[in-house]
Design a protein. Structure first.
Length: 182
């Protein structure tokens, strides 16, 4: 994690019995840079690179469903590595896309098309440096999926219902959380 940033990811059950990944942490200022660092939740240890995901080349992008419980941080990134990336470089060789998730009592679904992703981004800021979306080979050989808080300082608490490859939705509907307690 960047600088002094910290986070934990654990499986938990909501009060409604829903299984989620609970990601809690704080993205802190890196003293030597005077700028926010990063923290990552990932499906697999980046040094192993042994996870096997289905070929998603026929899908249109990734759908992220989560609930931003705390809302102090609203800017996130979703990323993935493929098998052509050296497992030791997976953290800094990923395809990343930015998205916003505001505080919500319910789960929010965000769709990110493949052309929103790039593997050309600044390692110091996390922001894209050029547009280079994944190709068919990369989409057929995903080895890790990640969520990032990067380049924004603050504490966060997110419940992750899922990340999946998907067809482009006709419209993405936000769950208002009417069936959940505040």
């Amino acid at each position: 994690m960047g600088g002094q940033s910290v986070s934990t990811l654990k499986n938990t059950t909501t009060h409604l019995g829903k299984q989620v990944g609970e990601w809690i942490g704080e993205c802190r200022i890196v003293p030597s840079l005077g700028a926010p660092g990063f923290t990552i939740a990932m499906t697999e240890d980046p040094t192993l690179g042994t996870a096997k995901f289905p070929n998603v080349a026929k899908e249109d992008g990734l759908t992220v469903t989560l609930r931003n419980v705390k809302g102090n941080v609203t800017q996130f990134k979703v990323a993935f590595c493929d098998t052509h990336i050296d497992p030791y470089r997976c953290q800094f060789g990923t395809y990343k896309a930015n998205f916003t998730a505001k505080h919500s009592n319910g789960f929010t679904t965000v769709f990110l098309p493949w052309d929103a992703f790039t593997d050309k981004w600044s390692p110091s800021t996390g922001e894209p440096t050029s547009h280079d979306p994944p190709n068919h080979y990369s989409l057929a050989s995903i080895s890790q999926v990640q969520l990032w808080v990067e380049g924004v300082a603050g504490d966060f608490h997110v419940e992750i219902e899922g990340i999946r490859a998907d067809k482009k939705p006709m419209n993405v509907v936000e769950d208002t959380g009417a069936d959940e307690l505040p």
